[in-house]
Design a protein around this ligand. Structure first.
Ligand code: SAM
Length: 351
């Protein structure tokens, strides 16, 4: 199935030749496919022991809004730290775009899971300092996040063209990379890779590599292993925003899949497991309960104290990054970190 421009944002009044422009591309079957995949994953997660729910479905409109609020929290050092590194080194990071040579073709920055793209503005500003024009292609499963950011970015940067793809990483990337002919930089920020277990992370990175040419670069942001006293509050803040983000997944399942999770009968938990190299988020059932899940004709029993695993956030070391890099077929060209070594951004190219 090919991606077709079947609905435009408010920029539909802007002619295709005008600059800047926003085109939102959605797939015709997106909603049906999405609901079927959502129901299947929820059903299989609730059938397992221990039970799990899919983190990939955190980002409906409310989930995206809550994630933006998380990024502002004092405990959530990730966004601030990564942004500080981007602020200092954005010019070097986009210099790789010139590696595509003097082709005369427009350079493109492609971002996976762009969200609000607030930090990305550092890269876009740097790109526009080095090039007369720039094409920014954010890919995200959240239409609301894409639309809001695309509107904001085209208001801020007069010479920026934005094409947002409502798609998952793989489908979005395969299509974009087949079309963008000029120099390209793929950006994957926020340590979003950390949601994937090691083998799945290798698979995702390998897929990214398969869409790249030798001149392309991947800019990857990863959160590094650190003390429990910093990690756990980052995923369990004092204002309860991360708890609301986690619980919102149950709300979404109730609304979109016709389940009847009693939200008040669950509590948010975040635990760092140094042996597994990750922070795990769970939802704890505070009582014995039965949940009906209409989309799958399923009834689920939960015991008091039973946990549903909702998300992993892996924390990396130089060794785990090097392992991922070599298994996925990349070499490192440059890396940047903050003075405390909490977060790391790296430039990879195909080996
Ligand atoms: C942790 S947030 C990071 C947002 C932003 N990159 C940052 O660094 O703050 C993850 C983003 O990726 C999107 N996302 C999650 N899984 C995705 C997938 N499989 N394909 C495309 N987007 C995805 C979510 O909608 C969300 O906006």
């Amino acid at each position: 199935m090919s991606a077709k421009p079947c609905s435009a944002t408010s920029s539909s009044t802007v002619s295709r030749s005008q600059w800047p422009r926003i085109v939102r591309l959605v797939e015709p079957q997106e909603n049906k496919t999405h609901l079927a995949a959502f129901a299947r994953t929820v059903q299989s997660g609730l059938s397992c022991q221990p039970k799990s729910l899919p983190w990939a479905f955190f980002y409906d409109e409310e989930g995206s809004r809550l994630f933006e609020a998380i990024c502002e929290l004092p405990e959530y050092y990730l966004t601030r730290t990564e942004d500080g590194i981007l602020r200092r080194h954005a010019d070097e990071m986009v210099a790789g775009l010139a590696a595509g040579g003097d082709t005369g073709l427009e350079p493109t920055i492609i971002e996976l899971g762009s969200g609000s793209a607030v930090k990305t503005q550092r890269l876009l500003a740097a790109g526009l300092r080095q090039h007369d024009r720039l094409h920014y292609v954010p890919i995200d499963v959240s239409p609301s996040a894409l639309e809001d950011s695309a509107q904001r970015l085209t208001r801020r940067f007069a010479e920026l063209k934005v094409t947002g793809y409502v798609a998952d990483y793989r489908r979005g990337l395969e299509r974009i990379m087949a079309r963008a002919k000029g120099p390209r930089l793929i950006v994957f920020l926020g340590s979003s890779l950390g949601n994937y277990e090691m083998d799945a992370a290798v698979e995702l990175l390998t897929m990214i590599g398969q869409t790249m040419r030798p001149d392309d670069r991947l800019l990857l942001g990863t959160d590094m292993a650190k003390e429990r006293s910093l990690l756990e509050p980052a995923y369990d803040d004092s204002r309860g925003v991360t708890a609301a983000f986690n619980l919102n997944l149950l709300r979404r399942i109730n609304r979109e899949l016709g389940a009847d999770f009693a939200i008040e009968a669950f509590e948010h938990r975040a635990v760092y497991h140094p042996d597994r190299g990750r922070v795990e988020m769970h939802l704890l059932s505070t009582r014995d309960q039965i949940v009906h899940f209409a989309a799958a004709g399923m009834t689920v029993r939960l015991a008091e104290g039973e946990m549903i695993h909702t998300e992993n956030s892996h924390k990396y070391t130089p060794e785990t990054l090097s392992y991922l890099r070599s298994r996925a077929g990349f070499v490192e060209e440059a890396a940047w970190t903050d003075e405390r070594g909490w977060f790391r951004l790296q430039h990879w190219r195909l080996s």
